[in-house]
Design a binder for this molecule. Structure first.
Ligand SMILES: NC(=O)c1ccc[n+]([C@@H]2O[C@H](COP(=O)([O-])OP(=O)(O)OC[C@H]3O[C@@H](n4cnc5c(N)ncnc54)[C@H](OP(=O)(O)O)[C@@H]3O)[C@@H](O)[C@H]2O)c1
Length: 279
């Protein structure tokens, strides 16, 4: 049976661009009141204005997801503005390309603060609200890289795996309480994530080839998949079936999978591969 989403409020982090932005619009089109959070105020104001001008309800809170108090205020804002909270999409995240030997522990920690703990910072207060009502849906924006690691992306992949593991455990914990938990696993998506990687990676982003952007999916495709998942809850949403099957290879034959990834990464990086400068 499909869930009628109309009137069911959702809180979305990382909605100032990309997947979060597209999902906010897609959810509003389903009649969901939408609360959005990110650091760029102007982008959020434009998004809220756009949703309101289409006749739907929207509010925003400017803040960083690594600020637990701001995340609590965000969820409270959603609940007080719309009367309740039905769903939360913990989507804010970023990546840096850097070999482990060169990446500071602080940089790894900060990546976890945003991608993993930043997700938990909104999910926990939303969960308490859902438990009061005995209904809700928690969605983690993980990645296809939750099950496969790329050289240079150890930190990012680890944050995405951690999200995935939490989602799996929470799904079992909350099943009997009427609260769904899903993880979303996008493949390459045309968003500002890659600009951030290029900007923030100290040695540049050699695995990113912008001339191949056309092979990426648009964020609206992920947004539609999120809405489908909200309507018919599923454990995991994969945006590429072949890739999902390839992940099974990684479990059955990790050495072979690593060799294939290494080959592809070297090809992408112009034969150099990603290695620390000490090698
Ligand atoms: N693009 C892909 O190929 C791909 C593939 C798999 C998974 N994903 C995942 O999809 C999610 C969304 O990324 P995207 O591709 O849509 O990239 P994006 O366009 O760069 O969006 C990232 C969003 O996160 C927000 N954000 C970043 N740091 C934040 C912080 N500290 N506090 C609050 N918000 C923060 C950004 O807003 P502000 O800068 O305004 O704060 C932005 O709205 C991420 O979790 C990413 O890991 C993306």
């Amino acid at each position: 049976m499909k869930i009628d989403l109309s009137g069911k409020p959702i809180a979305i982090t990382g909605a100032s661009s990309g997947i979060g932005h597209a999902t906010a619009i897609a959810c509003a089109q389903m009649g969901m009141p939408v609360a959005v959070m990110a650091r760029r105020a102007d982008r959020l104001e434009q998004l809220v204005e756009r949703i309101r001008s289409s006749g739907q309800r929207a509010v925003h809170l400017v803040g960083s997801v690594d600020d637990a108090d701001a995340c609590c205020r965000f969820i409270e804002r959603c609940a007080s503005e719309f009367g309740s909270i039905y769903a939360v999409f913990a989507n804010a995240g970023y990546a840096i390309e850097q070999p482990v030997a060169e990446m500071s522990i602080e940089a790894v920690r900060q990546n976890f603060e945003v991608n993993f703990f930043g997700s938990l910072n909104v999910i926990k207060p939303a969960l308490w609200r859902m438990q009061e009502r005995g209904a809700g849906h928690i969605l983690w924006c993980s990645s296809c890289l939750s099950r496969a690691s790329l050289p240079g992306y150890a930190s990012y992949c680890a944050t995405k795996s951690a999200q995935n593991q939490f989602a799996r455990a929470m799904r079992l914990e909350l099943k009997a309480q009427g609260i769904y938990v899903s993880s979303i696993h996008p493949v390459g998506t045309r968003t500002e994530l890659f600009d951030v990687i290029e900007r923030q990676s100290p040695g540049g982003a050699s695995l990113i080839d912008r001339s191949r952007d056309w092979t990426f999916q648009p964020p609206e495709r992920v947004a539609r998949a999120v809405v489908r998942c909200l309507r018919r809850p599923r454990a995991e949403v994969w945006l590429s079936t072949p890739l999902r099957l390839a992940m099974a290879l990684g479990v059955a034959a990790p050495g072979l999978a690593d060799a294939i990834i290494d080959l592809l990464a070297r090809k992408r990086a112009g034969g150099q591969g990603i290695s620390s400068s000490g090698e």
